[in-house]
Design a protein around this ligand. Sequence first.
Ligand code: FES
Length: 149
Amino acid sequence: MTWTRRIFLKESLAGWIALVIGPTAYGLIRRVLPPESGSVGRTSIIGKVDEFQVKTSKVVYFGREKVIIGRSRNGSFHAVSAVCTHLGCFVKFEEENDQDAFVCNCHNSKFDLEGVNLSGPAVAPLRQYKIEVVEAGVELSAISEPEAF
Ligand code: FES
């Protein structure tokens, strides 16, 4: 095959379409279809109870989602999305003025142990997860679908 200007332009256009349209279509499909993991009803054992120290936290993956597990001073477990609803920074578990809370590292949004936003620029709550101690260990489950931003 001899490369003519017409063939070159046609091949270039096909390559451009593959490079631009392909990822865009993939992104749209990923946004429309429900997440394959972390969906409602899914559960996962994330560790033994003694792996979670009181007044500390641990970040675990639940499917593709990062979830922060906080264990408050009374030993109860709390699980919320580790991704702040303001601009997507990670939150940490903090003990402040005798109150446990999740606080964002970037702009200091503060959330209660159920993920409800208390102060700061975040106007939406963190996604909450169900967490309970079962015979096999600490079990994490999704109780709602993630919010679309
Ligand atoms: S990203 Fe969390 S407060 Fe801004």
